[in-house]
Design a protein around this ligand. Structure first.
Ligand SMILES: [Fe+2]
Length: 627
């Protein structure tokens, strides 16, 4: 028996429409979410390996419908009905995929040799009384949950004992998408040259059963077929738990197609597909994108930049301390303004899967409307990369054992070596130099050489706007967690790189990691070289540093007390930056709040080429006396 759900979103609701629904609810609550919380993955609260089996004949879980995606959807809502003769307020429903989550699927090397024997975490969870407020009285409840197509079937289980000591009471039949292997969630990225775009997607088709390809061409003209490459990774490439244990989930196959020799600014359409060896073709949906401008081209160019987005479930599941609810608003604002965005740079802390690999699929589904339409460029953060003894510069456990593997497979970046994850990319009048703060950047390292080469090899007459991007703050931040260490940045960051920023006249350096917004004056060696302003013009004096890590994960705190002289603007809210190059002499930086898209801080830089050439502090060699 099921009760009416109070969730309003109908089955088949699209992501965008559903985001609107949640946005309204979340705006009112977002100030409450400002309380700082440690970025713990909600799934890590579940002691799944402590589960005991206490199947109760009077308890039940039902799901409907049993077949999903009948109209070709990749996401669909299901209704879960359940009953429990001995209900309790901490009973919960876990969603498992594959549907068979019994001990029979545990690997031989399962570290929990004695019962209880469950060895896989649910892909999401929700409390049994979430929408059925009288569940504890009646023992009856229902939930509406959204599922995305992620290569396998699903089942639902009712647990008592709370999250920490789960007792499995009942489980449902399985439900599945019509084609669980379907190609899904394409994400575009700039290729290694200005006239190349790439598309990466996920499917259940290996190279042993199908050939992956893209069908693409100028919109309205003949479409051509190009092969795509296929990659995957295994449990053995994870560095530790939970990625290697309860958080592991088969990633399927990750394909990348290359669109080459693109004509600048033309609109292209594309479709991802797989040709099975029996001749049948399985198609994804059709999408389109605009090819990038030629480097140096004078046209309107707009790039959105943020860090630390994360993901959230629009059905309200997986919540713990408002972990990443902010990501829903940010995603919604970007989707809403997509026609005014040419490229997105997500500078690290991508989805905070933290070793629960199912979350990567859910993240790529959340950003699909953006990433399938404009290049979605990522950088490496601590939550993607850090793991003790794995070569990361920081020896902490923030990646949950992933040690960078899912990030470097799930998203393409135009790096010489995707494992290193540093790269440069040009977009018209912009040059972006993207560092990887999770690997050593200090003078003498390979990364330091890359950063200097990226800065020095750009022709500023053609590409005047030189932007440095990195996940952790290598410049300036008033975050409490730096303040408590007596610093305003990652140790050895600014000290190592400020001479490069100054010498090569880097306009703006942007960072994530600190969940909020902060902008400095043009600053060099801790001193404002120019007074902070909303309008700069003329000769380059020093780099402006911007922290824009308020994409969606729970907000940070700023040091109380007097502000540093270099700290010009702060905002402790969710938001993102947008850079607009109007032409070779005018750049606009806007910081927008995710709750309503309003501009909360901005500045312009106006100058001519000769202003970049002109000498300032520490950025010109002395001239010769010879004539
Ligand atoms: Fe971070």
């Amino acid at each position: 028996m099921q009760q009416a759900s109070t969730m309003k979103s109908p089955p088949g609701t699209t992501m965008v429409a559903a985001l609107v629904h949640v946005l309204v609810a979340f705006s009112a609550a977002s100030s409450a979410a400002a309380a700082a919380t440690a970025g713990e993955q909600p799934l890590s609260k579940i002691g799944i390996h402590r589960t005991t089996f206490e199947i109760h004949p009077g308890a039940s879980v039902d799901v409907s419908p049993l077949l999903l995606g009948l109209q070709g959807q990749d996401q669909e809502w299901v209704t879960i009905g359940y009953s429990n003769p001995r209900p309790s307020k901490d009973d919960w429903i876990g969603v498992f995929s594959p549907a068979n989550f019994s001990d029979s699927i545990c690997p031989a090397e399962n570290q929990w040799v004695a019962p209880p024997l469950l060895c896989t975490a649910p892909i999401k969870f929700q409390y049994a009384n979430y929408t059925s407020t009288d569940y504890v009285k009646t023992g009856q409840g229902s939930l509406r949950l959204q599922l995305i197509n992620q290569r396998s079937d699903f089942s639902f289980a009712l647990f008592s004992g709370g999250l920490s000591n789960p007792k499995l009471i009942a489980r449902s039949d399985s439900t599945t998408f019509v084609n669980p292997k379907a190609p899904v969630y394409p994400r575009l990225a700039q290729g290694k040259s200005w006239n190349e775009m790439t598309v990466t997607w996920t499917s259940g088709y290996s190279t042993k059963e199908a050939t992956a390809f893209v069908e693409w061409g100028v919109q309205g003209q003949i479409q051509i077929l190009s092969p795509a490459v296929t990659l995957t990774f295994s449990r053995n490439t994870m560095c530790g738990p939970p990625a290697r244990t309860v958080g592991w989930r088969d990633p399927g196959f990750i394909h990348t197609g290359f669109f080459k020799d693109l004509w600048p600014n033309l609109k292209y359409t594309y479709r991802i597909g797989h040709r099975l060896f029996n001749g049948q073709i399985v198609w994804g949906h059709q999408y389109s994108f605009k090819a990038s401008p030629y480097p140096g081209e004078d046209s309107l160019q707009r790039v959105v930049i943020f860090g630390d987005l994360g993901k959230a479930e629009i059905d309200g599941s997986n919540e713990y301390n408002d972990f990443e609810r902010g990501s829903i608003n940010t995603t919604y604002q970007l989707v809403k303004d997509l026609k005014n965005i040419d490229m997105v740079m997500h500078i690290g802390d991508i989805c905070y899967a933290n070793g629960y690999l199912s979350q990567w699929d859910q993240f790529t589904a959340q950003v699909e409307p953006i990433a399938s339409t404009v290049p979605y460029m990522v950088a490496s953060g601590n939550h993607e990369r850090d793991w003790p003894g794995s070569g990361s510069f920081y020896g902490n456990i923030d990646s949950g054992g992933e040690c960078g593997v899912p990030a470097q497979n799930m998203f393409y970046v135009p790096a010489e070596n995707r494992e290193q994850f540093w790269y440069s990319t040009d977009y018209g009048m912009f040059r972006f130099c993207v560092a990887n703060t999770e690997l050593d950047w200090r003078p003498g390292t390979e990364q330091y050489k890359f950063i200097e080469h990226c800065f020095s090899s750009v022709d500023r007459q053609k590409q005047p706007w030189l932007i440095f991007l990195a996940h952790r703050v290598l410049g300036y931040s008033s975050a409490t967690f730096y303040g408590e260490e007596g610093t305003t940045e990652e140790p050895m960051g600014r000290e190592s790189l400020q001479s490069l920023w100054q010498k090569y006249r880097v306009d703006i350096a942007m960072y994530g990691h600190v969940h909020g917004y902060e902008r400095t004056c043009p600053v060099y060696e801790n001193v404002c070289v120019t007074k902070a302003s909303d309008k700069y013009s003329g000769v380059f004096t020093a780099t402006t540093h911007v922290v824009v890590g308020g994409g969606g994960a729970s907000l940070a705190e700023y040091t109380a007390g007097p502000r540093a002289r270099w700290s010009h603007a702060q905002d402790l809210d969710y938001g993102f930056a947008k850079l607009t190059a109007f032409n070779h002499s005018t750049l606009l930086m806007e910081y927008k709040r995710s709750r309503d898209g309003s501009v909360h801080d901005s500045f312009t830089i106006s100058r001519d080429y000769r202003d970049i050439l002109a000498c300032g502090v520490d950025n010109c060699p002395s001239t010769t006396m010879a004539s």
